[in-house]
Ligand binder design. Structure first.
Ligand SMILES: C=C(O[C@@H]1C=C(C(=O)O)C=C[C@H]1O)C(=O)O
Length: 101
Protein backbone atom coordinates (compact mmCIF):
# COMPACT_ATOMS: atom_id res chain seq x y z
CA UNK A 1 0.00 0.00 0.00
CA UNK A 2 1.43 3.35 -0.96
CA UNK A 3 0.36 6.96 -1.48
CA UNK A 4 -0.95 6.12 -4.97
CA UNK A 5 -3.40 3.50 -3.80
CA UNK A 6 -4.32 4.91 -0.39
CA UNK A 7 -3.80 8.55 0.44
CA UNK A 8 -5.46 8.38 3.87
CA UNK A 9 -3.32 8.57 6.99
CA UNK A 10 -4.81 5.38 8.47
CA UNK A 11 -3.97 2.29 6.43
CA UNK A 12 -7.12 0.44 5.31
CA UNK A 13 -5.91 -2.70 7.09
CA UNK A 14 -6.46 -0.95 10.42
CA UNK A 15 -9.42 1.27 9.54
CA UNK A 16 -11.70 -1.58 8.44
CA UNK A 17 -11.91 -0.35 4.83
CA UNK A 18 -11.83 -2.97 2.08
CA UNK A 19 -8.35 -3.63 0.75
CA UNK A 20 -7.94 -3.90 -3.01
CA UNK A 21 -4.99 -5.65 -4.63
CA UNK A 22 -2.97 -3.98 -7.40
CA UNK A 23 -4.85 -6.16 -9.91
CA UNK A 24 -8.21 -5.15 -8.48
CA UNK A 25 -7.21 -1.49 -8.60
CA UNK A 26 -6.23 -1.85 -12.27
CA UNK A 27 -9.67 -3.38 -12.96
CA UNK A 28 -11.44 -0.70 -10.94
CA UNK A 29 -9.59 2.00 -12.87
CA UNK A 30 -10.83 0.47 -16.10
CA UNK A 31 -14.33 0.68 -14.68
CA UNK A 32 -13.80 4.35 -13.78
CA UNK A 33 -12.55 5.05 -17.32
CA UNK A 34 -15.65 3.36 -18.74
CA UNK A 35 -17.96 5.19 -16.31
CA UNK A 36 -16.40 8.53 -17.28
CA UNK A 37 -16.91 7.83 -20.98
CA UNK A 38 -20.55 6.89 -20.33
CA UNK A 39 -21.10 9.98 -18.16
CA UNK A 40 -19.59 12.16 -20.89
CA UNK A 41 -21.80 10.54 -23.53
CA UNK A 42 -24.91 11.07 -21.40
CA UNK A 43 -23.98 14.66 -20.52
CA UNK A 44 -23.49 15.46 -24.22
CA UNK A 45 -26.89 13.96 -25.01
CA UNK A 46 -28.46 15.91 -22.15
CA UNK A 47 -27.01 19.15 -23.54
CA UNK A 48 -28.42 18.31 -26.97
CA UNK A 49 -31.91 17.54 -25.61
CA UNK A 50 -31.94 20.60 -23.36
CA UNK A 51 -30.88 22.90 -26.20
CA UNK A 52 -33.47 21.41 -28.57
CA UNK A 53 -36.25 22.07 -26.03
CA UNK A 54 -34.93 25.58 -25.30
CA UNK A 55 -34.71 26.49 -29.00
CA UNK A 56 -38.23 25.19 -29.69
CA UNK A 57 -39.66 27.10 -26.75
CA UNK A 58 -37.92 30.34 -27.74
CA UNK A 59 -39.00 29.93 -31.39
CA UNK A 60 -42.56 29.74 -30.09
CA UNK A 61 -42.06 32.99 -28.16
CA UNK A 62 -41.45 31.33 -24.80
CA UNK A 63 -38.76 31.85 -22.21
CA UNK A 64 -35.25 30.42 -22.36
CA UNK A 65 -35.48 29.13 -18.80
CA UNK A 66 -38.26 27.31 -16.93
CA UNK A 67 -37.45 27.75 -13.25
CA UNK A 68 -39.81 25.12 -11.83
CA UNK A 69 -38.27 22.47 -14.11
CA UNK A 70 -34.80 23.62 -13.07
CA UNK A 71 -35.80 23.36 -9.40
CA UNK A 72 -36.84 19.74 -10.07
CA UNK A 73 -33.41 19.07 -11.60
CA UNK A 74 -31.64 20.60 -8.57
CA UNK A 75 -33.82 18.52 -6.22
CA UNK A 76 -32.87 15.35 -8.12
CA UNK A 77 -29.19 15.84 -7.23
CA UNK A 78 -29.78 16.99 -3.65
CA UNK A 79 -28.90 13.57 -2.23
CA UNK A 80 -25.28 14.25 -3.29
CA UNK A 81 -25.12 17.35 -1.08
CA UNK A 82 -23.42 20.64 -2.11
CA UNK A 83 -21.41 18.87 -4.83
CA UNK A 84 -24.69 17.52 -6.20
CA UNK A 85 -26.00 21.06 -6.44
CA UNK A 86 -22.87 22.14 -8.31
CA UNK A 87 -23.21 19.16 -10.62
CA UNK A 88 -26.86 20.00 -11.35
CA UNK A 89 -25.97 23.65 -11.93
CA UNK A 90 -23.21 22.63 -14.35
CA UNK A 91 -25.67 20.44 -16.27
CA UNK A 92 -28.19 23.28 -16.47
CA UNK A 93 -25.49 25.75 -17.55
CA UNK A 94 -24.25 23.38 -20.23
CA UNK A 95 -27.79 23.22 -21.63
CA UNK A 96 -27.86 27.01 -21.74
CA UNK A 97 -24.61 27.01 -23.70
CA UNK A 98 -22.51 28.91 -21.16
CA UNK A 99 -20.06 26.09 -20.59
CA UNK A 100 -18.45 23.60 -22.93
CA UNK A 101 -17.58 26.08 -25.66
C1 LIG B 1 -34.99 21.48 -21.09
C2 LIG B 1 -35.79 22.48 -20.76
O1 LIG B 1 -35.39 23.81 -20.84
C3 LIG B 1 -34.54 24.39 -19.86
C4 LIG B 1 -33.49 23.46 -19.46
C5 LIG B 1 -33.66 22.58 -18.43
C6 LIG B 1 -32.69 21.47 -18.19
O2 LIG B 1 -31.61 21.49 -18.80
O3 LIG B 1 -33.00 20.56 -17.42
C7 LIG B 1 -34.76 22.74 -17.57
C8 LIG B 1 -35.61 23.75 -17.70
C9 LIG B 1 -35.41 24.83 -18.69
O4 LIG B 1 -34.83 25.95 -18.06
C10 LIG B 1 -37.18 22.21 -20.31
O5 LIG B 1 -37.97 23.15 -20.23
O6 LIG B 1 -37.49 21.06 -20.02
Amino acid sequence: MNAQTNEKATPPETSGEPVASAEEIAELRKEIDWLDSEILRLVKRRVEVSQTIGAARMAAGGTRIVYNREMDVLARYRELGPDGRQLAMALLNLGRGRLGR
